[in-house]
Design a binder for this molecule. Structure first.
Ligand SMILES: O=C(O)CCC(=O)C(=O)O
Ligand SMILES: [Fe+2]
Length: 224
């Protein structure tokens, strides 16, 4: 689990919702134009402190749990409020064999999540990881893409090419593989294997509706 070393209770949020390792997503303090967790409305694998942790692989076994305490009654454009998931084992299996073979030779650099508050001069640690990742327990192959900021090795000096590569690969996987879209009901708890599943939250109107979701990630660090 990754959590702040100095945990202090936020007086504007019920203490029942707060604990050191649990992130509170949404708008627990009331209506706002800036709910917490908007960065997660793009497809990603969670990273938390993994890139900063020596000896941990980017796709370490990593279960993420999300508990929907308060759920907006709708998303946007009349759609339900959802979180979406993409099985990257399927994503890999659905690629042409020659594409799979090409990707098996490639790795990408992954950085920690980039938050807007981070000063641009901060140098973020990077971890290299093969694009085709083999699951430590099931030994199944899947794609590990991280976030759209991941850069293939060899494209370090070509950020535009790297971005296009990521987008095209993700798009191909996404068009060939069905997305599971979970429609939230209060009290639901979702668990997923972050090492081979990508996900994203979907927008809702936080100036009109409240959302409180509690998030906890558990990483297998037994290798350290
Ligand atoms: O907001 C959501 O439904 C997804 C949250 C998420 O991806 C995260 O916090 O890592
Ligand atoms: Fe996430």
């Amino acid at each position: 689990m990754f959590g702040g070393k100095s945990f202090t209770l936020d007086p504007d949020i019920s203490p029942d919702l707060q604990s050191r390792y649990v992130a509170i997503l949404g708008n627990p303090k009331g209506f706002t134009s800036e709910p917490v967790g908007k960065i997660a409305w793009q497809w990603h694998n969670d990273k938390d402190g993994v890139p900063r942790t020596e000896g941990l692989e980017m796709n370490a076994l990593y279960v993420v749990m999300l508990y929907g305490v308060e759920i907006p009654p709708e998303g946007i454009d009349g759609q339900p409020h959802t979180t979406e998931f993409l099985d990257m084992i399927e994503g890999y299996n659905n690629l042409d064999r020659s594409h799979q073979q090409q990707l098996e030779q490639m790795s990408m650099y992954h950085t920690p999540p980039v938050f807007s508050k981070q000063p641009s001069e901060v140098v973020l640690p990077k971890k290299v990881h093969p694009i085709v990742s083999t699951h430590r327990v099931t030994v199944k192959k899947g794609l590990y893409l991280g976030f759209h900021t991941a850069i293939p090795v060899g494209m370090e000096d070509k950020p535009e090419t790297a971005k296009l590569f990521w987008q095209e690969l993700f798009q191909t996987a996404c068009t060939r593989t069905p997305v599971y879209s979970h429609v939230w009901h209060p009290g639901d708890i979702l668990f997923w294997d972050n090492s081979q599943v990508m996900h994203r939250g979907t927008p809702y109107d936080a100036s009109k509706y409240k959302r409180i979701a509690l998030r906890l990630g558990v990483v297998d660090n037994s290798c350290l």
